[in-house]
Design a protein around this ligand. Structure first.
Ligand code: UGA
Length: 437
């Protein structure tokens, strides 16, 4: 099948590469010329483990190409995927500007009967609206299909080939059959449904996962009060198959380009239909508070951090990505700076040039540089390099070994045995405070 993909961000690029890998001929379209130039050389504009080798392989085998021209991309396409960003707008609304621009542009160049697939996360009713637009503006018959994505950044290639389900929303039987054929080689269960249900499945899935995270974070806070250990509580809960072990990792709240945006988006959809959604409001509020927990712990221990060197370990919103959108690190850094701390932040992948940080924040080149002479270290992202820091390293490099682990990724016993002051999230119980020399 000939396929065009509009948008070469996480969703568009990974989807395009995946469809090429299973045998389709794919042309990826993007309006940003530099991105396309780099992609033609096999350089990915996103940090995603494994993607560049797949780009090169599929280009070499003649199934993957890139262009800035909508007309060229659409010329031979049987199916066109729209995968442009739908970020949160300045008033918390779902920003449809880029999506609408791409849709209008596409309508003007369609030169044969086509299926248009909406991959972007869009409000309920967008498929219907796009169908009307195409009926009015496209010169050939168009069938609009919803096909939301469920790819985690950093794990996107894995998720594409090993996902739990592929959701296809359309009432057009012919289009459904074609979409089944397109996706069949993935060998992933397909959920055929209506466009509106497909649109809602996406928001409801992300909001539910966000709810799970906020729930376990609240339990973590309770664990600290009652003297329990959230790691053990999560384990004990997660073994119940009805609950499931995934997304029960307590921490400093969810970030990224999806959960914060999509929880707000779902709330907006509910409000538009005259419904309140207090549960979701609480999930969002709990997350905002959880992002402040680590600094509260630090202030609880040190009171005055003005002029002190504080190391932030991890800037990306989670490991294996360079994405800092809605990353808890940014809020933490902002708060520390407002208290007058000297912040040294380190991330294995995120570099200073891609950040808009206050000028006195130092982006360190190594863990050692961030920790040397520091008064406290805050573990913000659980990269494997950060998980591997030893208690001796904290002792050796820091002025005083105060460690606040926002991802519960270090070994408390190892820390305590070397007299490193160690606080994590939701880990009361047997963990004792030891005096710091
Ligand atoms: C999320 C969903 O997992 C994907 O299924 C979805 O397709 C994607 O959004 C999207 O809508 O495009 P992503 O945002 O890349 O993927 O990352 P996740 O792995 O889901 O993590 C999101 C946040 O939750 C991170 O900040 C992570 O640290 C946090 N998290 C995750 C926890 O705090 N605890 C957990 O147990 C799991």
């Amino acid at each position: 099948m000939n396929i065009a993909i509009v948008g070469t961000g996480y969703v568009g690029l990974v989807t395009g590469v995946g469809l090429a890998e299973i045998g389709h001929n794919v042309t990826c379209i993007d309006v940003v010329e530099t991105k396309i130039m780099k992609l033609k050389l096999g350089i990915s504009p996103i940090y995603e483990p494994g993607i560049e080798s797949l780009i090169l392989k599929n280009m070499a085998e003649g199934r993957l190409d890139f262009t800035t021209s909508f007309a060229e991309g659409a010329k031979h396409a049987d199916v066109i995927y729209l995968a442009v960003g739908t970020p949160t707008g300045s008033n918390g609304e779902i920003e449809m500007k880029y999506f609408n621009q791409a849709a209008v542009e596409m309508a003007s160049v369609i030169s044969r009967p086509t299926i248009i697939v909406i991959k972007s996360t869009v409000p309920v009713g967008t498929n219907e609206a796009l169908q009307h637009l195409m009926d009015e503006q496209a010169a050939f018959e168009v069938s609009v299909v919803s096909n939301p994505e469920f790819l985690r950044e950093g794990m996107a290639i894995h998720d594409l080939f090993h996902g739990d389900r592929i959701v296809i929303g359309t009432t057009d039987k012919k289009a459904m059959n074609i979409m089944m054929d397109v996706n069949q080689p993935f060998r992933i269960p397909i959920v055929p449904t209506t466009p509106k249900s497909a649109e809602l499945i996406k928001y409801a899935s992300n909001a539910f996962l966000a709810t799970k995270i906020s729930f376990i974070n609240e339990i973590a806070n309770l664990c600290e009060l009652v003297g329990a250990d959230v790691q053990e509580v999560s384990l004990g809960m997660g073994l119940d198959k009805r609950i499931g072990a995934k997304f029960l990792q307590a921490g400093i709240g969810y970030g990224g380009s999806c959960f914060p945006k999509d929880t707000l988006g779902l709330l907006q959809i509910a409000h538009e239909y005259g419904m309140t959604f207090p549960l979701l409001e609480e999930v969002i509020q709990a997350n905002a508070e959880q992002q402040r927990v680590l600094v509260s712990k630090l202030l609880g221990r040190m009171e005055i951090i003005r002029g002190r060197k504080i190391a932030i370990l991890g800037i990306a919103f989670k490991p294996n990505t360079d994405d800092v959108r809605e990353a808890p690190s940014l809020k933490i850094i902002e708060e520390l700076v407002s208290h007058g701390a000297k912040v040294y932040a380190y991330d294995p992948v995120v570099k200073a040039a891609s950040l808009d940080l206050p000028s006195d924040v130092v982006v360190a080149n190594s863990i050692q540089e961030a920790l040397t002479g520091a008064d406290a270290a805050l573990i913000v992202t659980e990269w494997s390099e950060i998980r591997a820091i030893q208690a001796e390293d904290f002792k050796k490099w820091m002025k005083q070994a105060y460690v606040f682990d926002g991802r519960n990724c270090l070994d408390p016993d190892a820390m305590l045995s070397l007299n490193v002051y160690y606080e994590a999230i939701g880990r009361g119980g047997e963990m004792k405070e030891l005096a710091v020399k």
